[in-house]
Design a protein around this ligand. Structure first.
Ligand code: NDP
Length: 287
């Protein structure tokens, strides 16, 4: 943006300019929990946008599928680093950072996406929950995020990079999984605290708080498939999801031309922001 601004001041480029496809060429991204679901969709997105991506999870077979999808999205074999391990293991987090830096030389973005749920006590009142489940939820959803961010911060400081924590939205209400809700609430606090302190080093920290996304997370946590489907349907009917449906995480499974067949009226589009936004709609297939 700064380069564009300098060029603009010299009359060599027009402002504002909206990049239709974000370019992450030469950027290095770590996505935890990218062997499935939202993390896999995120890794494919970055691969498609030209980034070098470290993908990771515990399951080698599903991680290999993610790698294949990244390659199909346009990445070269040498641009995808697969690392198998458990994010609750500190030594693995150290290896995740050191091996990424060894192979790619830098880190620009850390996506803390890996997370987990437990259905063992689903629907019970919080006062009836075993404390062990609270520990388990913090161990997978909170502690690895802070530890990995601590390890990546010196590298992100050099690149003025970014951290994105994948939290959730539904923990902000009464939840049938109160320990999970407590963990995601704590994660939001960690995001706020990290954002406020790491910005002093030029690192931006943000949170994505998805509502419901149709992944395999419940089945991965041992719930029967039917329960997962019922849960998705019930969640879609939840008034906190005004859209009334759940989203699919895989970019490749969504329509790539988001506005195909749509008609857009655009006032103030003869120049400036309006012109660039109108061009963006046109590029996405709108009339
Ligand atoms: P999935 O179960 O589809 O994917 C979870 C990913 O995390 C997998 O790649 C899994 O890899 C990895 N993972 C889980 N535990 C560990 C571990 N101990 N060590 C290393 N990797 C691990 O879940 P989603 O894609 O749905 O969830 C992704 C994130 O989004 C989570 O943080 C979740 O809480 C959050 N979220 C999801 C919502 C939804 O509706 N789907 C709603 C709100 C938030 P592997 O199995 O190979 O270990």
């Amino acid at each position: 943006i700064r380069l564009q601004f300098d060029l603009f001041m010299k009359g060599a480029a027009k402002m504002p300019s909206v990049p239709v496809v974000p370019c992450f060429c030469r950027k290095v991204v770590i996505v935890t929990g990218s062997s499935n679901g939202i993390g896999r969709g995120t890794a494919i997105f970055f691969a498609k946008a030209g980034a070098k991506v470290t993908i990771t999870g515990r399951n080698a077979a599903t991680l290999a599928v993610t790698k294949q999808l990244c390659l199909s999205a346009g990445a070269k074999d040498s641009e995808i680093l697969e690392l198998i391990g458990d994010v609750t293991d500190d030594s693995f987090l150290e290896r995740l950072v050191s091996t990424t830096v060894e192979k790619f030389g830098r880190i620009d973005v850390l996506v803390n996406n890996a997370g987990g749920v437990s259905f063992a006590n689903y629907g019970k009142m919080i006062t009836d929950y075993p404390i062990a489940e609270l520990d388990e939820m913090f161990a997978i959803n909170v502690k690895p995020v802070l530890r990995l961010s601590q390890l990546a911060a010196p590298h992100l400081e050099k690149t003025k990079g970014a951290i994105v924590n994948v939290s959730g939205a539904l923990h902000k209400q009464l939840s049938p999984m109160p320990c999970m809700a407590a963990a995601k609430g704590a994660l939001d606090q960690i995001t706020i605290q990290m954002a406020g302190s790491l910005i002093k080093k030029g690192i931006r920290v943000n949170s994505v708080n998805p509502g419901v996304v149709a992944t395999n997370f419940a089945v991965a946590a041992g719930a029967p498939k039917e329960m997962m489907e019922q849960m998705m349907a019930a969640m879609a009917a939840n008034p906190v999801i005004p859209l009334g449906r759940v989203e699919c995480p895989m970019i490749s499974e969504r329509k790539m031309s988001f506005f195909a067949g749509k008609v857009v009226i655009f006032t103030g589009s003869s120049k400036g922001i309006g012109r660039d936004t109108a061009a963006l709609f046109a590029k996405q297939g709108a009339k």
